[in-house]
Ligand binder design. Structure first.
Ligand code: SF4
Length: 351
């Protein structure tokens, strides 16, 4: 059954910090805290609009849910919990800060039926966290992840490559640390410089050099590939497009493009496929088979991988949809057939 999210945006309220990249109302496109009645109406309008049965998840996103006063959390959770009990929705999740996780907080969330908590981790490098004025350390992430596991929550980590002070060694260390922690899911948001943030002021003053879109793609692809190889489900790369984010008076610089997810997968698939094709003999011709739903990942965003292969490789190549599992590419040359599992470390295997 298709999973559908009911996004309930919680602005900066309750958060004791102001991270350099944060302009929370900009990210969410919403400014005020919703009332419990608004939450109730939002759930009703989403669930009533679907023509086919869905797995509905109410998601409190956009701020630091568990940093809000307990009674505010309870007020917002109550209508979601009632919908859960009535069978109108199937799950509740929230996102929050790693230093706002305690046994008492988790007990409250559980009382209201929440099962998944996503932590704004951003980096596992304390120097980067300090420069981003996150107000927490990598140690807080380790402790919060352990506590969430102890209480049986599904754990998500949100990462932000490209923060001030992050270089490649730092990104590699962060990726390795997340792989060791083994969250159930991850989201990767390369840094975009939003108007009204401290990062925008640093960028204007020449103190911060943001990632280009290409650099954001490269860093996010590195992280995603390692997460998938370790069995960590990477459910998003790049900020969800909104009207605000598509306004270039609001996104001033950095690695924001609505196509980030496609570009990241184009790089992951393309590099592995092209490197394997380069290792094959020039003759005979090669056919490349892929799952219909993997078409743009295998062929590349705007066919870039097909075009690159065409001008850079000596073999004659034919590309076609086939009965191949998602995430796999079938490469046939003469009577030899190879399976390339893009999301694993195993490399191409002869079948
Ligand atoms: S913790 Fe989240 S809500 Fe608080 S300032 Fe940082 S990004 Fe914004």
């Amino acid at each position: 059954m298709q999973t559908s999210i009911i996004p309930i945006f919680i602005p900066h309220i309750g958060c004791p910090h102001r991270c350099v990249f944060c302009n929370q109302w900009q990210i969410t496109g919403h400014q005020g805290l919703p009332s419990p009645d608004e939450v109730r109406r939002l759930i009703a309008s989403y669930t009533a609009s679907a023509r086919t049965p869905r797995y509905w998840e109410a998601a409190f996103y956009g701020g630091s849910f568990t940093a809000m006063p307990g009674e505010v959390q309870e007020g917002l959770l109550q209508p979601a919990y009632e919908a859960l009990e009535a069978g109108t929705i199937d799950a509740i999740r929230c996102s929050t800060r790693p230093d706002c996780i305690t046994p008492e907080i988790l007990q409250r969330l559980q009382q209201y039926g929440m099962t998944c908590v996503e932590l704004g981790v951003q980096s596992m490098d304390d120097t980067v966290l300090e420069q981003a004025r996150r107000g927490h350390t990598a140690g807080d992430v380790v402790a919060a992840t352990a506590l969430l596991r102890q209480y049986g929550f599904t754990v998500g980590h949100q990462l932000m490559p490209g923060l001030p002070g992050e270089d490649w060694p730092s990104l590699v260390r962060t990726t390795a640390a997340i792989c060791r922690l083994q969250p159930d899911l991850a989201r990767i948001y390369p840094v975009a410089v939003l108007a009204g943030t401290d990062l925008a002021a640093s960028w204007r003053a020449g103190r911060y050099q943001p990632l280009t879109i290409h650099e954001g793609v490269v860093r996010a692809a590195y992280m995603k590939q390692h997460f998938l190889e370790q069995g960590i489900n990477c459910i998003r790369t790049g900020l969800q497009a909104t009207e605000n984010l598509d306004d270039d008076t609001q996104v001033l610089a950095g690695a924001y493009t609505p196509a980030m997810g496609e570009l990241v997968d184009t790089r992951r698939y393309g590099r592995q496929l092209l490197s394997f094709l380069r290792s094959l003999p020039d003759e005979p011709a090669i056919t490349i088979g892929y799952n219909r739903r993997d078409t743009s990942r295998v062929r590349g965003y705007r066919n870039v991988t097909v075009k690159t292969a065409c001008w850079s490789l000596p073999q004659h190549l034919t590309w076609h949809q086939d009965e191949v599992p998602l995430g796999h590419i079938r490469v046939c040359q003469g009577r030899t057939v190879y399976d390339l599992d893009v999301n694993s470390k195993t490399g191409p295997t002869m079948i």
